[in-house]
Design a binder for this molecule. Structure first.
Ligand SMILES: *Cc1c(COP(=O)(O)O)cnc(C)c1O
Length: 357
């Protein structure tokens, strides 16, 4: 029986493996770029009151108009653009690819980058072309432009800053990519709050551009909300690949509530940025390690034996980080560590200093 049902799975599904989430029970979770600061009780109570009013017996407003209006004003998005919300920006990546899917369509991105671009592209049966970054994690522009000319990609994904390398690619190189391709270019700004730059201005300049952002790295990973910005003529098409009511009432109520708590979020973002510099300065002192600069809420650390350090952090110190070793040659012996609260970062420093001494 099971044998005969196997034949019906699409071949991309047969060769895929599901996205793996590391078990984290009982561990200090510094592996997934979540914001670690708890919400104050008073804020939680006020949120509970707001959620009490949510009309869960009705379908949501299909376009979440009031939340969209709030997002547009909070993030300075000009009226000429349209905003689409997604169940996390992961869903928006999926919507973009669904809308651009053709059997011979090519998806391009620098590699290593956010794994979902390749994952969804391949699931749909699109061809993914990854162009390796230089060893300093900058774009290999010459290669990139050559491959644009060979493959004529339908869409290019640029994570700005890039996950997992934490850096911002050079604007000049990005503009050349946008000017060279005939397809769309998606700027995925999941970490924009932690970077001192955004490519929002390039949306005005180039018609083939799309911006993605998410609330996940701003303390709201649990509600699953991302947004996409582009011109109305493209949005009309992309909107056809979106399920009606894709953002639920509890998510949009929480997001509207949190958009009124900007000072709270800004304070946490600036504390994370400070802690990050402090952590980088501290880790630079260890011999045999390399710390990279970061425009995100995580840092990369190269150690002599990443597998061993990862295991000791987890088993001896109950700290869970992400071991990138084995994902890509450029990530050899690299650990990716989310910035936690001040106390958590202190714990991490002490653990690393004992392990690396
Ligand atoms: C975290 C992340 C996302 C996905 O965010 P969700 O909104 O939680 O789905 C997208 N792109 C990049 C580069 C990320 O790091």
């Amino acid at each position: 029986m099971s044998q005969s049902l196997q034949q019906f799975f699409n071949s991309a599904v047969v060769s895929a493996s599901p996205y793996h989430v590391q078990p984290s029970s009982g561990l200090l979770k510094l592996d997934a770029m979540e914001m670690r600061y708890p919400y104050p009780d008073e804020m939680k109570k006020a949120l509970a009151t707001a959620l009490q009013m949510a009309r869960i017996n009705y379908y949501p407003n299909s376009k979440s108009s009031s939340l969209v209006a709030k997002i547009k004003s909070a993030f300075d998005i000009a009226d000429e653009f349209e905003v689409m919300l997604g169940n996390g920006s992961d869903e928006l990546i999926q919507i973009i690819l669904l809308a651009l899917f053709k059997p011979d369509a090519v998806v391009m991105a620098p590699t290593p980058t956010f794994v979902m671009y390749e994952y969804f592209a391949k699931l749909l049966g699109m061809k993914f072309v990854g162009i390796d970054l230089n060893t300093d994690f900058s774009l290999n522009l010459e290669q990139f432009l050559t491959h644009i000319n060979t493959h004529n990609p339908a869409v290019i994904f640029l994570s700005y800053p890039n996950n997992p390398t934490a850096n911002l690619f050079e604007r000049d190189a990005i503009q050349q990519i946008v000017e060279t391709t005939n397809g769309f270019v998606v700027f995925d700004e999941a970490y924009s709050a932690y970077a001192d730059d955004s490519l929002l201005d390039l949306l005005e300049k180039y018609e083939n551009t799309i911006l993605l952002r998410t609330m996940s790295k701003l303390g709201l990973a649990g509600i699953r909300l991302g947004y996409m910005v582009t011109r109305p003529e493209w949005m009309q098409r992309f909107d056809c690949a979106r399920m009606p009511y894709n953002v639920n009432v509890l998510t949009s109520t929480t997001a509207r509530f949190m958009l009124d708590q900007v000072p709270f979020v800004k304070d946490k973002v600036s504390r994370i940025k400070l802690s990050k510099e402090d952590l980088i300065a501290d880790l630079t002192n260890h011999p045999n390690t390399q710390v990279f600069s970061s425009a995100t809420n995580f840092i990369l650390l190269r150690v002599p034996d990443a597998d061993a350090v990862f295991t000791r952090l987890r088993d001896d110190y109950k700290i869970l980080v992400k071991n990138l070793h084995g994902q890509h040659a450029l990530l050899d012996n690299i650990l990716r560590i989310t910035i936690g609260t001040e106390a958590e970062n202190e714990k991490l420093k002490q653990a690393l200093s004992a392990i690396l001494k």
